[in-house]
Design a protein. Structure first.
Length: 179
């Protein structure tokens, strides 16, 4: 019995000209929640395939398909973010110096100004003066980017960013009196 080859050890198969010319289109028929997926064929240059296999191994993905699915999902979410009016869910991550005068209050005031989009926040005290804050948001991508930009522009914010998902949270219950 011969030893089994790992994905990184596999050589790229020669591609037939007809396969190389086949365009890839987004598959809207896949239903990953129910386990239904559609199979596509993908042709890659050998160096790119080697890099993909290295990434699959480094990330611990179960397969190339899982890695490609993750990349396509991330790319589609970014595409929707760029379009701007798609309602999306995401996080704004901030790393800031809490000792900068009135910065925590300024960050809270900005969040209060966008109550329709800001769902929740979590503070983690990294050290005596360093804080990481993760803010859960939902709304139009363009508006979420505006909120992130406003928060990141505050003096004392060290770094941060907006990460969006092409998904929505279930509606939050309103008190009967407010309906």
């Amino acid at each position: 019995m011969s030893p089994r080859k790992t994905p990184a050890a596999k050589k790229a198969r020669p591609v037939k000209p007809a396969q190389a010319a086949m365009p890839l289109a987004p598959d809207t028929g896949a239903d990953t929640a129910s386990g239904k997926v559609s199979r596509i064929s993908l042709s890659l240059p050998a160096p790119l395939l080697e890099q993909l296999d290295e990434m699959v191994a480094a990330r611990g993905c179960a397969s190339r398909s899982q890695a490609v699915t993750d990349m396509v999902s991330a790319s589609l979410a970014e595409h929707k973010r760029v379009l701007g009016n798609e309602v999306m869910t995401g996080t704004i991550m901030l790393h800031y110096d809490r000792t900068v005068r009135s910065l925590p209050k300024q960050l809270a005031d900005i969040q209060y100004a966008y109550l329709d989009e800001v769902i929740s926040s979590l503070h983690v005290h990294l050290s005596h003066d360093q804080v990481m804050e993760v803010i859960l948001v939902q709304g139009e991508a363009r508006q979420l980017q505006k909120i992130a930009d406003e928060l990141l522009a505050q003096r004392g914010v060290i770094t941060g960013g907006l990460r969006l998902l092409a998904a929505l949270m279930p509606p939050i219950q309103m008190p009967r009196e407010a309906r």
